[in-house]
Ligand binder design. Structure first.
Ligand SMILES: Nc1ncnc2c1ncn2[C@@H]1O[C@H](COP(=O)(O)OP(=O)(O)OP(=O)(O)O)[C@@H](O)[C@H]1O
Ligand SMILES: [Mg+2]
Length: 255
């Protein structure tokens, strides 16, 4: 397995910003995977969703998780993100066993070190787009003014500054997904989990969202777990992992 060259981390925001931390400094300097799942098994009743899936992603790397519908892609993402506990196997983030954390610690990890983008943005409908992007920052203790300033910077970066005051119901699907990407990246997560982030968009909008998402992730040095059906979307990744019947197969891509 080849490690990609480390990309510089150019974290945005002022010096007064609260930098969310998971309490373990120095990982950016370490080689090797940031997040790793080994031999993951998960059943829902009699349905085996994962039957020995393994996965790893290094800082700054974008890995596409591909495979047919029902093969276990979302379940793998949920296990890696500490949302769903695997029945067997291990998930380590930054060298720490995620299963060994308390619920509160896992919640804190998700808030501070992970960002999420889903197929249908899942923005809070009552809040403006700016407030949606500011929300995770606020939850991490950033003051309102700073959070909104950073939200505006991220909206600008995702080319949707014009919808900052709109509520999500009043923006297009493509704009909404850009707002969702801005929200996911505004906390400058170490890992961005994206489950079919362009699945509800036409191809033109989808490609633009992927360009912006991958560009911003590379600039911040985030690792990206990108679940997609589409080869066109996977083309933005460094490496592909194929899931079939709950098992993973890795395709090496020479960067
Ligand atoms: N919460 C759940 N309860 C019951 N079964 C589930 C649950 N989540 C997933 N499954 C089942 O586990 C299997 C894998 O589902 P998963 O959502 O991981 O697939 P996927 O690869 O993401 O599919 P898609 O491409 O359609 O999103 C499927 O058979 C699905 O029906
Ligand atoms: Mg899925």
């Amino acid at each position: 397995m080849s490690l990609l060259p480390r990309r510089p981390s150019s974290r945005t925001g002022g010096t007064d910003d609260v930098r969310p931390t998971d309490g373990s400094p120095g990982q950016d300097e370490a080689a090797g995977p940031l997040l790793r799942g080994v031999d993951l098994h998960k059943a829902f009743g009699s349905t085996a969703a994962l039957e020995g899936a393994s996965f790893s992603v290094s800082p700054g790397e974008i890995v596409a998780v591909m495979g047919p519908s029902g093969s276990g892609k979302s379940t793998l993402l949920h296990c890696l993100a500490g949302i769903v506990p695997p029945d067997r196997g291990s998930v380590t983030f930054d060298g720490r066993d995620v299963a060994a954390l308390s619920d509160a610690e896992r919640g804190a990890l998700r808030r501070s070190a992970f960002g999420f983008v889903f197929q249908f943005g899942q923005l809070v409908p009552e809040l403006s787009c700016r407030e949606n992007v500011a929300l995770p920052l606020r939850l991490n203790g950033v003051r309102r003014k700073d959070a909104e300033r950073r939200a505006d910077e991220w909206l600008e970066r995702l080319e949707v500054a014009g919808v900052a005051r709109q509520t999500p119901g009043r923006v297009s699907g493509g704009q909404g997904q850009r707002v969702a990407v801005a929200r996911a990246l505004a906390t400058e997560p170490r890992v961005l989990f994206a489950d079919e982030p362009t699945g509800a968009l036409d191809s033109l909008n989808g490609e633009r969202v992927m360009e912006l998402l991958s560009g911003a992730a590379r600039e911040t040095g985030a690792a990206v777990v990108l679940v997609t059906h589409e080869a066109r979307v996977a083309a933005y990744s460094d490496r592909e992992v194929v899931v079939r019947d709950g098992r993973t197969r890795t395709t090496e891509v020479v960067a």
